[in-house]
Design a protein around this ligand. Structure first.
Ligand SMILES: Cc1ncc(COP(=O)(O)O)c(C=O)c1O
Length: 476
């Protein structure tokens, strides 16, 4: 253990140096050919190597090439900086190395607490067994929609686990045009068929058009199809829009649909003050709610979560206990592996527990408040600038906009499509793009409370610099 202790101290210093110096390094930089070759093509050494050598390799070959999240000027996708507490406990979880499939040990017991904390934090009703930590929201969505499918087929007097979907009328899932792609992936994986995923149009604020939802459900019922679930968003990935959850819950109740809410990114927005959180009314009515601790909370990846109203139904969807896994010390809740597809499950709860304990409820509220304020500040800067256009209202901490140079109205799509890669290669900021209402857009996702207003000014300057480069490419 002396070798581990020595190398561990070194690793702790390397980690702290990396995190402490993040602002002074490029947000992202290209991998040199030599390092690319080492990273991709190295041979497995015949003889093992000392632990301190491995730390040295990581310092020189791995740490210089981050994805970029962690830097206060990283605004891409939905990837947060890791919480210090999460980083601290990651090696301890590995040292314990339990499988949180089930059993009577700290990993399992702490997961119950973390699930309760997450539910209480966003005001979701919680009963023991009412959730599961997953690799991320994509897996959480599969788990949630599997339970929805189980209930719907069960209401028709059949058992989807035994019979599959053979011979049943097509089941229809309703997702807004701004719903995340993981919903369609889940529907395909569950055998529902993407043809039976109805894309509900959105209103001017990129929220699900609830009248259109009602009309689609009615039409499908008349056509002999089986509407079974509506998936609303509490924070879309493109603009952070929060659907009219209460109204959608009413539609779901009227038609006996499972009400799913994708709050992977935005569920924590319910903690923002004032109008920003008002839109979340109705989230607590969901049959299943997905929220990702590895997004806004900053728990190191991968840690997603699904919460559900009816733990018994979730268990009935997945429970399968082979003889070798029989548990004679039942506490009534069974094993976590009975509530989802994973058997061996990592100790995700420790990183989440540590992050939440370190911040406390007040700290989490401050984190959300700070990042929401930063998003509004950026939006105000954009509205005040003659060469930018805000493309969507800010409802959480995502700002969707585009560059529109004063002297040019043509080829704006071409221009904005090129900007993110140029900004990324300049290394001083990182943002990504998307398509909104058929047009190319830029989007900045604010998750890092260490971001300052100066960082936002610099972001806009970097975009202007990239736009100059892109314009020269488009109009040589
Ligand atoms: C709204 C939303 N839902 C689902 C997902 C998928 O989450 P994960 O990458 O954890 O699977 C994302 C990812 O960005 C998201 O923003």
């Amino acid at each position: 253990m002396d070798e581990l202790r020595r190398a561990g101290r070194l690793a702790a210093d390397v980690t702290a140096d990396h995190l402490g110096g993040v602002r002074d390094r490029p947000v992202w930089q290209p991998v040199t050919e030599a390092d690319r070759s080492w990273l991709m093509r190295q041979d497995l050494p015949a003889a093992g190597r000392p632990l301190t050598d491995l730390v040295h390799d990581i310092r020189t070959r791995v740490l210089p090439y981050p994805m970029g999240n962690g830097h206060p000027r990283f605004f891409g996708w939905v990837n947060s900086a890791p919480s210090a507490a999460g980083v601290l406990v990651a090696p301890i979880a590995a040292a314990l190395n339990p499988s949180c499939a089930g059993g009577d040990h700290a990993g399992v017991l702490l997961e119950h607490t973390v699930l309760r904390w997450l539910a209480e934090l966003v005001g979701f009703p919680h009963r023991p067994g009412g959730g599961l930590l997953t690799s991320g929201a994509s897996m959480a969505t599969v788990v949630a929609l599997a339970a929805a499918r189980q209930r719907a087929v069960g209401r028709d007097g059949a058992d989807v686990r035994e019979e599959g979907l053979y011979g049943l009328p097509p089941m229809v899932l309703y997702v807004s045009a701004e719903g995340h792609s993981c919903l369609r992936k889940a529907a395909e994986l569950l055998g529902l068929g993407s043809r039976h995923v109805r894309v509900v149009p959105v209103d001017g604020g990129f929220r699900m058009d609830v009248d259109a939802l009602r009309a689609l459900v009615t039409r499908d019922v008349r056509a002999g199809l089986r509407p079974f679930c509506v998936a609303a968003s509490a924070g879309t990935v493109n603009t952070g829009a929060v659907d009219a959850l209460d109204e959608i819950a009413d539609v779901a109740a009227a038609h006996g649909l499972w009400f799913h809410v994708d709050g992977a990114y935005g569920a924590l927005g319910a903690l923002a003050s004032g109008a920003a959180s008002a839109g979340y009314a109705g989230m607590a009515r969901a049959d299943s709610l997905v929220l990702d601790p590895h997004k806004w909370l900053g728990v190191p990846v991968g840690c997603g979560c699904v919460l559900w109203r009816d733990p018994a139904l979730a268990r009935a969807t997945f429970s399968l206990i082979p003889a070798y896994l029989r548990d004679d010390h039942e506490d009534g809740l069974g094993w976590f592996s009975e509530y989802g597809p994973e058997q061996t499950r990592p100790f995700r709860a420790l990183r989440t527990w540590a992050t939440m304990s370190h911040l406390g409820r007040d700290g989490i509220i401050r984190l959300v408040g700070t990042t929401v304020r930063l998003a509004h500040t950026l939006a105000a800067m954009i509205e005040a600038a003659p060469d930018f256009e805000l493309l969507a209202p800010v409802s959480t901490s995502i700002v969707a906009f585009r560059c529109h140079p004063v002297d040019r109205d043509d080829r704006l799509d071409d221009l904005n499509r090129r900007i993110p890669a140029i900004v990324q290669h300049r290394g001083r900021a990182f943002l990504t793009g998307t398509r909104l209402a058929g047009a190319e857009a830029l989007r900045a996702c604010l998750l890092n409370p260490a971001t300052t207003e100066d960082d936002l000014v610099l972001l806009l300057d970097e975009i202007r610099g990239a736009a100059t480069t892109a314009t020269a490419e488009i109009h040589p």
